[in-house]
Design a protein around this ligand. Sequence first.
Ligand code: ACO
Length: 396
Amino acid sequence: MSDAAEEVKVAPTMPAMVLPPGLEGVAVAETSIGDVRGEHGFFHYRGYDAVELARTCSFEQVWYLLTEGELPDREQTRRFREETAQLRRLPEEVAKLLPAIAAIEPFAPLDALRTAVSLTASALGLRPVMDISAEEIRLQAVRMTALVPVMLMGLYRAHQGQEPVPADPELGYAAAYLQMLTGEHPHEKHARAVEKYLILTMDHGFNASTFTARVIISTGADLGSALVGAIGALSGPMHGGAPSRALQTLDEIGTEDRAYEYLRRRVASGQRLMGFGHRIYKTDDPRSTLLREVALELGGEQAQFAQQVERIALKVLNELKPGRRLYTNVEYYAGVVMNTAGIPGDLFTPTFASSRMVGWTAAICEQAAHNRLIRPSAVYVGPSPPRPLPDGYGYS
Ligand code: ACO
């Protein structure tokens, strides 16, 4: 050991407190956007029951609520709908690049969207939030939210060798979402089912992707960087990457008589059942309750089958994971609803990202308005410092 290393004594800086793994139950900020009451199976947006909003409001009304803080009146709704419909035009240079992004194999729409969001942010010249006004951040937030479906459907169609379909300005967000995908005006019941799903998934407390967006914005970075980070966080199966896997499970099970054996084997071998369990909900996830209803209203064999398998899955979880309080989460019926409405499986998580843009951007505006750099500590558990370098060790 060198003399210098012997002399230096570096006492560890004691953190103010050590928090539970995964920050479970820890409040890290104040927010007036919304919150989740896990024990009561309830969540809200700015105080309004989110399930009631999904049942009764349009996408634009709830988007406005989350962005502006209050529900719009009739005239404000009309103007916001018009404003956001006009924003569905990509910068020329990004539109030109979509086919090149979509040509990258294997094609993963969420990855492609993440890339397009980054490009669009650059093309629009989004500057660090530290250097711009709250009104400018709000305008960027609304514009990027309006543009995400345009990017996504442009990418998806380009990968199929098809031209993009410009959104019909007469259509609201949800109907235009489906129209830009297929080129056809959607059936009203499909548009409304998708709209309910989109409203239900706009925001959900301090989830991992929202927290990610806030951490990035807290550094003063631009809105595009925060959205790219949020999409990355959402992509994981423990967050937003589950609905296509839940539907895949249904396909693999095939028939009801195979469900018990299949699901038991999965859980017994340490795998997780996709679409079940939640960090916050220790009772029914209210989103899954409404989506089950929407799926059954849409009709079809898949919804019936999903319901049969759900009952068996809950029985299996109760038998093999007693006391863990595992219930159906939002992702289980999300896939069934989207599939029935004509959204392909590889667009499930990107669709979730599209609606969550509303929550992310609301959180970004809130963070920028009351900012303090988010910079926690960790408890160092490695070898004691300072370690001497091995004898003779040096540049080579
Ligand atoms: N299937 C089987 N077992 C489960 C499941 C599941 N879906 N979820 C949790 N468990 C078990 C765990 O194995 C663990 O068991 P153990 O005590 O024997 O070790 C126990 O329940 C607690 O699990 P944790 O991982 O501590 O719970 P956490 O709160 O961290 O996890 C999560 C929540 C990640 C959502 C988890 O339930 C899961 O992985 N579910 C499946 C994936 C999924 O559906 N994701 C979408 C979530 S909804 C959303 O984010 C939009």
